[in-house]
Design a protein. Structure first.
Length: 350
């Protein structure tokens, strides 16, 4: 087996030390070279290629297997724990979790047909990231051998995109992307060129596209469907991804209460809230509940700017989370239920 480089060896030593001490903040993460011990899972980044230049929506594709796992019993990889990082653990940051279980002919060719469904994939919207050099890592963990981990790395250069480049536009009639959900807590449905979210119990519910965005402008038109007190709608952004397809309770939220004519901006970190822009009343600008309001957020590095109906209403600086999911939603304000209609959800570069 080829020796690890100094950086890779140091990263691996840090990882093992933290794992043995039980201090890993992110479950199941691991790290680096393709030249791993025979008893460890193998992870390979196929695209983007090492030392490549990328721009725009970039598929991150590869495969991962645990060679110690009998092919007849699956790939042996924890499908919910295929982590993509920018920079090596622990100094880098989690980018996203990849979807696992896709066909990989390369994995099947190397390890046998039983390992065909070993591919992973996630799309990286690089236009929302600052141009420059990035080290992209994948970390995987083993189900069959607890504590065994695999990793791989590719260095890429991200090229800049023009200001105002459209990154995402919601098509609410596309049910493959915006599926109708009906549960005891929330119901969603398409309404022509709009989307209706009904929260049936106290709390908040939202919808978001796949992928993470770093620097962007996001906007949506929102309207409460009945004139009720304390209900609000919001734009939520830089929400940290969780294992598999889940999301954590860590995000920024720009909330607007059209009945009270007020807005605020808060950072949520699990159960803790940090107010970045306190509740501010703008009754002359914010339209009443039965009318639409246009909400917009511009996030560029630590600078966050808030807009309502085309007018900047607030600004904050915070670098706690540099990227994450972007969504919109409705909250009950402690009341039994809430319902809102959304349309024209668009994300562009700043």
């Amino acid at each position: 087996m080829a020796p690890l480089g100094k950086a890779a060896a140091a990263a691996r030593e840090r990882w093992i030390a933290l794992a043995l001490a039980g201090l890993l903040a992110v479950p199941g993460a691991a790290v680096v070279s393709h030249a791993q011990a025979p008893t460890e899972p193998v992870a390979v980044i196929v695209e983007p290629a090492d030392n490549s230049t990328i721009r725009g929506r970039t598929p991150v594709f590869g495969w991962a297997v645990d060679p110690q796992q009998p092919p007849s019993s699956g790939q042996g990889i924890n499908a919910r724990d295929v982590q993509l990082w920018l920079g090596a653990f622990p100094d880098g940051r989690l980018l996203d979790y990849a979807r696992y279980g896709l066909p990989s002919e390369e994995a099947a060719r190397r390890y046998g047909g039983g390992f065909l469904d070993s591919g992973f994939e996630r799309t990286w919207e690089t236009c929302s990231f600052r141009p420059g050099r990035y080290d992209l890592w994948v970390y995987v963990s083993s189900l069959s051998s607890p504590g065994a981990r695999g990793y791989s790395q590719a260095s890429v250069t991200v090229e800049p995109c023009p200001a105002g480049t459209e990154l995402y536009r919601a098509d609410f009639q596309d049910h493959a992307a915006w599926r109708t959900i009906s549960t005891a807590q929330v119901e969603t449905q398409a309404d022509g060129n709009a989307w209706i979210i009904q929260r049936k119990v106290p709390g908040a519910s939202g919808e978001s596209p796949e992928g993470v965005f770093a620097n962007f402008r996001a906007e949506v038109k929102a309207q409460l469907l009945s004139r009720v007190l304390n209900r609000y709608y919001y734009l939520q952004f830089r929400q940290v991804p969780g294992a598999g397809s889940s999301l954590t309770d860590t995000y920024y939220r720009f909330s607007v209460d059209p009945d009270f004519g007020s807005f605020d901006l808060a950072l949520w970190d699990g159960e803790r809230e940090t107010v970045l822009v306190p509740e501010t009343r703008l009754e002359e600008l914010i339209r009443p509940p039965e009318e639409e309001n246009l909400l917009a957020v511009e996030a560029d590095g630590p600078r966050i700017r808030l807009y309502i109906n085309g007018v900047q209403v607030g600004e904050a600086r915070d670098d706690t989370h540099p990227w994450g999911r972007v969504s919109f939603g409705v909250g009950t304000g402690g009341q039994p239920d809430a319902q809102a209609r959304f349309r024209d959800f668009v994300i562009t570069t700043p």
